[in-house]
Design a protein around this ligand. Structure first.
Ligand code: 26W
Length: 806
């Protein structure tokens, strides 16, 4: 994509600094250098971006649109440099200039337009789609505030706004000419035309402009540049009344402008429970309507064909149910604006849409009150109502065996609209994100739908981009891998399997260990700079990094730490492999119990880290403000990857794949993709423990679990819980009573006590296994070798061949 060498790259930076920042290489700030490099990349990207679009137009390639309320892309500078083949040259140039590359790159503010797994998956997918050379685009919202910034004050999480657009975002291009109008509210009028068709008109609607900002998505070394289009809500010119401050209506008008800008104002920070907030519904409709209008406009630009041909050239993947208003919105446009009858419109719609489910947690499933949709989207409500009527009638006539289940299947029931049902009925494909998750959908959560539409359901096990999560974040390991198996694995990640030939190669295992030590030192340095805590880099780095949720059971990890602490206090000379427990996690601002766990981790850390009896044997650190960039620092240094969700709850997990790819050994339950990791690496290269999903679901269905009896029977458990309840960790006795009560009097809904014993024993095995470093490195190499199957390239190839047919 470029023909720079270090000398000409140096000159290019110099030129940018002079022209754009009126400064010199010597005097420029890190930020000015960052902007200069970004600008050089943009200059290279623009023509390729144009050419990619031209090619799609000329070849009439089928395109996929990935609609998602979240794209957790993090920083782009390094991956963009890497993908256009400039990373080494840039690093070298910066070093020659006496600048530290990482200092330059960290000038970029993370684009945190996502909560966690679902948003990061969308980002990995875009990378793989472009790198594999497919025509695929993301469509999302340009939130002015991304996921909150987390600060910890006296052990408590405090949320600060993430105003990531404070400074110019160099990767985006505003496209005002492609703005579209979105309408909310008002009243709908239906007029019958002479030919019997309906004419729909609206009165008193509020209108908003959706203005696109395009971010380029670079393929790896292939000159492909796809688009992530992020929509921003702005005042529609029709509504810009140009009032002056003396007008009576002035403040009312300012209010109105404010309410419009709110639509793309912030990302909702809750991925644990569904809350029927009207603003969130507005965001969803805003995204969906803008995207669909855009897709239709693109189709018209590229083809001289009727819209009924769209499914041959276009497919729309909806990321969870958040964009499922795409079903009625497509119907609306096809019928009201394009004149198709119901049957034809339905055929087009259901051949365009495919839906991915990312959770079975019932509290997270979206259900909107009928009244809210009626008020905000009156025409869409009419259509949803009709879809529901026809759907229920169809079950009644074609599936008599499901007649008594209609109320469970209905899209509208008890004055609520079930978005998952709408998404399933309106799509041609429904997929889960790991084998077990898809099985649970088919046999339990969506069982009746599976009976109705067995062919729609399919599995697509998640993946991660190995370019970012191995090559970029762990250059040391990546280069050692290339030294032994050659560079082909970067294009064909399954080739990492060739590492299996080196699992007994002592020199290779030794270099792997050196890389891990190097990463551990870098992380230790960061921790020291951040919080003045010195880590023992000879200890096991045991990592749990993910959103804070009860089902992910960070609490069980803490209980284990307290248990180890007790053991060491009783017997300070106990023979134990030193451990560093590393946490990072954000809790939804309204999730009380999750915030209590964050506080508990801090209190336990302060007791353990400051107890002279413990010496270097145990350390607990919580790194604040978990985001993509922090994950990139921690993951290369991880040795044990904690994936300990209550079985059946974690749809897939993707952090498990990232750590495995960096040579960490998974300590996990039989949940989500852990099961497939185990199937690949074998029982000897993973630490599995705990209840199975079947057992958990059986307890939920039939009872039979009693947390209190474990409390009374297991002295280790009783001691930990009594300490929790007795003020040992905390400034006052009642500090953690809610956590204590939840276990004791709500019968431990996530089976922390039940799995505690097996978890302790598994950690004893880990302790022993780590002592045989040769054996440990062999396990690590085996994990890396199998991790290629969890590249999102593999996932995307499956979407392409089974669903998208690009
Ligand atoms: C409406 C509130 C809300 C918002 C987001 C509820 C639920 C969500 C997401 C579906 C939660 C999520 O991120 N799910 C995660 O998706 C990952 C990618 O498929 C999986 O790896 C994780 O297991 C799953 O928890």
């Amino acid at each position: 994509m470029h023909n720079y060498d270090p000398a000409s790259f140096h000159t290019a930076i110099e030129g940018k600094l002079k022209r754009k920042h009126r400064t010199t290489l010597e005097e420029a700030t890190d930020k000015e250098i960052y902007y200069s490099i970004a600008s050089i990349i943009q200059d290279l990207v623009m023509p390729k971006w144009f050419e990619t679009n031209q090619e799609i137009q000329q070849n009439k390639s089928k395109q996929v649109y990935y609609i998602s309320m979240e794209f957790l892309i993090g920083r782009l500078i390094e991956s963009n440099l890497q993908n256009c083949g400039l990373l080494d040259i840039c690093n070298q140039t910066l070093l020659d200039l006496g600048r530290r590359p990482e200092r330059i790159y960290e000038q970029e503010h993370d684009a945190a337009l996502g909560n966690g797994g679902l948003g990061r998956l969308a980002a990995c997918f875009l990378d793989s789609i472009a790198s594999l050379g497919y025509a695929g685009h993301g469509s999302g919202i340009r939130y002015r505030y991304g996921l909150f910034e987390q600060r910890i004050i006296h052990g408590n999480q405090v949320e600060l706004p993430d105003y990531w657009l404070k400074e110019e975002y160099p990767w985006e291009t505003r496209k005002p000419d492609e703005a579209v109008e979105i309408r909310f509210g008002g009243t709908v009028h239906e007029h019958k035309r002479r030919d019997g068709s309906l004419e729909i008109s609206y009165e008193n609607t509020d209108s908003v402009m959706a203005v696109p900002y395009d971010v380029p998505v670079l393929g790896y070394h292939n000159e492909v540049v796809n688009t992530l289009r992020l929509w921003s809500a702005e005042l529609s010119p029709a509504e810009n009344k140009g009032l002056s401050a003396s007008d009576q209506q002035y403040y009312h008008h300012l209010d109105h402008i404010h309410s419009i800008e709110q639509i793309s104002g912030f990302l909702y920070p809750d991925d644990s429970t569904f809350e029927g907030k009207e603003l969130r519904l507005k965001q969803q409709y805003f995204l969906v309507s803008a995207t669909i209008k855009n897709i239709i406009a693109n189709f018209r630009r590229n083809h001289d064909l009727p819209l009924s041909m769209m499914p041959e050239y276009t497919v729309i993947q909806i990321n969870d149910t958040h964009p499922s208003l795409a079903v009625p919105e497509l119907m609306r446009i096809l019928m009201d604006e394009e004149g198709y009858g119901w049957e034809k419109a339905w055929q087009i719609t259901t051949n365009l849409l495919a839906y991915t489910n990312h959770t079975t947690l019932s509290e997270a499933l979206e259900k909107w009150p009928v009244s809210m949709i009626q008020n905000l989207l009156p025409r869409l409500y009419m259509i949803i109502h009709e879809i529901n009527e026809r759907f229920c009638e169809q079950i009644y006539t074609t599936h008599p065996e499901l007649r008594d289940k209609i109320h469970e299947l209905a899209i509208i029931s008890y004055e609520q609209i079930h978005m998952a049902h709408l998404a399933i009925v309106g799509s041609f494909s429904v997929n889960g994100v790991a084998k077990i998750h898809t099985e649970i959908l088919k046999n339990k959560e969506m069982k009746n739908f599976y009976t109705l539409y067995p062919k729609k359901f399919n599995n697509k096990t998640n993946g991660i981009t190995h370019r970012r999560w191995l090559q970029q974040v762990n250059p040391c390991l990546a280069s050692k891998i290339t030294d032994v198996i050659g560079p082909r694995w970067v294009h064909e990640p399954h080739k990492l399997m060739n590492l299996l030939r080196y699992t007994n190669d002592a020199p290779f295992l030794e270099t792997m260990k050196d890389c891990k030590q190097h990463s551990k030192h870098l992380l230790a340095k960061y921790v020291y700079e951040q919080q003045g805590v010195k880590l023992n880099t000879d200890s096991i780095f045991d990592v749990q990094i993910k959103r804070l949720h009860e089902y992910k059971r960070q609490l069980m990890n803490v209980f284990h730490i307290i248990y180890l602490y007790n053991e060491l206090k009783d017997n300070p000379n106990m023979d134990i492999t030193p451990r560093t427990f590393i946490f990072a996690a954000k809790a939804a601002p309204s999730y009380h119990l999750a915030k209590e766990v964050i506080k508990l981790i801090h209190h336990v850390a302060s007791v353990v880290n400051n107890d002279p009896d413990i010496k270097d044997k145990l350390k607990v650190v919580f790194l604040e403000n978990y985001n993509v960039s922090l994950a990139e620092k921690i993951i290369p240094a991880a040795e044990v990857s904690e994936q300990i969700s209550t079985a059946s709850k974690e749809a897939s997990g993707t952090g498990n794949m990232k750590m495995m790819m960096n040579g960490a050994i998974t300590c996990g339950t039989l949940d989500g993709a852990n099961i497939e990791i185990r199937d690949f690496v074998g029982d000897d290269n993973i630490f599995i423990f705990g209840l199975t999903a079947e057992q958990v679901l059986d307890y939920y269905a039939h009872g039979g679990y009693d947390a209190k009896s474990i409390y009374h029977a297991d002295v280790r458990v009783k001691r930990v819980l009594d300490q929790l309840n007795g003020g040992v960790f905390g400034s006052q006795e009642i500090e953690f009573k809610d956590l204590f009560y939840n276990i004791m009097y709500h019968n431990d809904p996530f089976f922390v006590l039940k799995d505690f014993g097996p978890y302790v024993e598994t950690h004893e095995m880990i302790d022993r296994a780590y002592r045989d470093q040769n054996h440990w490195q062999r396990m690590a190499a085996t994990n890396i070798a199998h991790s290629g199957k969890f590249s999102s390239d593999r996932t995307i190839m499956e979407y392409v061949s089974d669903i998208w047919k690009l």
